[in-house]
Design a protein around this ligand. Structure first.
Ligand code: CA
Length: 228
């Protein structure tokens, strides 16, 4: 799951990005409205956390300029220091899914974010393949009910593979989703994560395997199901 954090206050921006990354989200963090609009044209996000008081434009304008409007605009939680009822009403009218008044507890933001993503039906239901299961809410991975320890990046990869399975996940998509926009991705970074995850699944006795589809990407399939 990829999030866009739009906040001009440097330490709050860093805190939010860090906290959400630790919770397993891929996060791009920007400081202006213009950067927020540009980022949404470059990448696909699952939700946006948007400060209303930005240096170059009002957050409401960013909200109203979300791409793909109409049917399913990007889910958004608005952050505001303004305790004005009209401001919150305008944000909700402009399509914000929820809002938080500053200062707030990041755990509350996280809980509201989960609720917003759930409502947007970017569903938090258990994902499974063979005897392998992944619970997006807790991020627990298990094989036949036994917990499998994965690194944050490995679990992000597994989530993308499970969501797509049995379809192929394109390698460039993984490069974009496993790494935030400001992280440099080395040439074989995704391949390295894939091979670590593949080894852990095998060692844990998973009846699911990651197939390499040469020149395209990867696919998770129940063990014994066809070859690429
Ligand atoms: Ca601000």
């Amino acid at each position: 799951m990829k999030l866009l954090v739009v906040e001009d206050h440097p330490s709050l921006r860093a805190l939010l990005a860090e906290h959400l990354r630790l919770r397993g989200f891929a996060v791009d963090a920007v400081k202006t409205g213009r950067e927020a609009i540009a980022a949404q044209q470059m990448a696909r996000y699952d939700a946006m956390i948007l400060d209303l008081g930005l240096p170059d434009m009002d957050g409401q304008e960013v909200l109203s300029r979300r791409p793909g409007g109409g049917e399913a605009p990007l889910p958004c939680i608005v952050l505001t220091a303004r305790d004005a009822v009209e401001c919150r009403i305008r944000s909700l009218d402009a399509g914000a899914d929820d809002y938080l008044l500053k200062p707030f507890d990041v755990r509350e933001l996280e809980a509201r974010l989960r609720a917003v993503l759930r409502r947007a039906s970017r569903a938090f239901v258990t994902l499974a393949c063979g005897n392998l299961a992944f619970e997006p809410d807790s991020r627990h991975v298990s094989i036949d009910g036994r917990i499998l320890e994965l690194s944050r990046r490995e679990s992000m990869l597994l989530e993308e593979l499970l969501r797509a399975s049995p379809r192929i996940v394109v390698k460039e998509y993984l490069e974009e989703h496993l790494y935030a926009g400001n992280e440099s991705v080395t040439l074989n970074a995704v391949e390295a994560v894939v091979s670590r995850l593949r080894r852990k699944l095998m060692a844990g006795g998973a009846q699911a395997c990651i197939q390499t589809v040469r020149g395209i990407g990867y696919r998770l399939q129940p063990a014994g199901a066809g070859h690429a």
